[in-house]
Design a protein around this ligand. Structure first.
Ligand code: FAQ
Length: 314
């Protein structure tokens, strides 16, 4: 069978809604796009632990600390899942980590912002996990089996993250005037980066044509963003908080909330490495890689010894 025929059969399979599984023949660019997206997603989960990790020792109660710890551990689990999903496409985890720590690979723009107050922990759960869930429930319908199935469990855990963040911020918003101001300040700083994290507008999204044709993504960046906005604005109102957008208005005809202009210059600056915390995040991952070297070495030696024992016994 020639390549054109193989590609046609592949596209037919995708169009009929079937999943593609590991080791099946896929066009080279399908493989590349998936590795790109899954590895960026994995890196985001791991780097995403840093801003929240900053508050573990300062959580205001044992309950809040236990919840935050559980959430951050979940994010580590998501990262490991996703590296495994990427590995089914024939790439080594070490290579992907190397791309992260040398600054070649992207991770989500949102994690390059600082967590200045405890309210930021609420804002991350509510807004960042909220945006991630809306995107990931869409990705769970995607064509690549190992990635889409990973999304199912990840989304369940993100729902808990989202809930705890909203509850935290809601409680602050019902508290003293200082607590309410802290909650509002967190919303002010995290709203626009959360809107941006869902990717460039459809007109500027260079990968969407290919990834949507192959159903890696089944909806566009703007569609997902609108769903996130529509579900989040009423939640802000219920908590007595104000979305920091003077142009925000509800369109009765379409049934959607319309927002003001997104600052794409800021977004592109952040993804090029010039956000407030890019350098700090990268340094933290480089240090972790360096400090963990002896663990990897020990694990390797142990595995080699076990293999030698088995060969001897056989
Ligand atoms: N940050 O052509 P498109 C989470 C890049 S998980 C940085 O539209 P695409 C959980 C994009 O890579 C959050 N770069 O790209 C959590 C591309 O550059 P490239 C992460 C971005 O792939 C919560 C270029 O711009 N989620 O939060 C961003 O079709 C709390 C052009 O863009 C995922 O990774 C960005 N925000 O659509 C953890 C989900 N947006 O690669 C801890 C999987 C775009 O060509 C605490 N990924 N770029 O050099 C996706 O769904 C997609 O990749 C999009 C972007 C929707 C993010």
């Amino acid at each position: 069978m020639d390549i054109a025929e193989k590609e046609k059969q592949f596209q037919d399979k995708i169009d009929s809604g079937q999943k593609i599984e590991a080791k099946e023949w896929v066009p080279e660019n399908y493989r590349k796009q998936l590795i790109r997206m899954i590895s960026q997603h994995a890196h985001s989960e791991i780097v995403g632990m840093l801003p929240e990790g900053n508050w573990i020792t300062r959580a205001p109660s044992l309950r809040r600390k236990a919840v935050l710890l559980a959430k951050i551990q979940d994010e580590a689990g998501h990262g490991l899942y996703l590296y495994s999903a990427a590995e089914t496409l024939g790439v080594e985890r070490g290579e992907l980590i190397d791309q992260l720590i040398t600054g070649k690979a992207k991770y989500s723009s949102i994690f390059n912002y600082p967590t200045l107050t405890w309210a930021d922990i609420g804002a991350i759960g509510w807004l960042v996990d909220g945006a991630a869930i809306v995107n990931q429930t869409m990705l769970a319908r995607g064509s690549y089996g190992p990635y889409s199935r990973a999304m199912v469990r990840i989304c369940k855990e993100e729902s808990f993250h989202n809930r705890q963040g909203y509850e935290l911020l809601y409680d602050l918003a019902q508290g003293t005037p200082e607590q309410k101001a802290m909650a509002q300040d967190a919303l002010n700083r995290w709203w626009w980066p959360s809107i941006q994290m869902l990717g460039p507008s459809d007109a500027d999204s260079k990968n969407s044509g290919e990834t949507m044709r192959w159903r890696i993504k089944v909806e566009s960046n703007d569609t997902v963003r609108q769903r996130f906005i529509d579900r989040t604005v009423p939640q802000a109102e219920a908590a007595g908080l104000t979305i920091p957008d003077p142009d925000l208005k509800f369109n009765e005809e379409t049934g959607h909330w319309e927002i003001g202009e997104i600052d794409w210059t800021e977004f592109y600056q952040v993804i090029k490495g010039y956000g407030p915390c890019n350098k700090k995040r990268l340094r933290a991952r480089q240090e972790a890689e360096h400090e963990g070297e002896w663990v990897r070495e020990a694990a390797k030696v142990y595995a080699e010894k076990q293999a030698a024992k088995k060969t001897k016994a056989a």
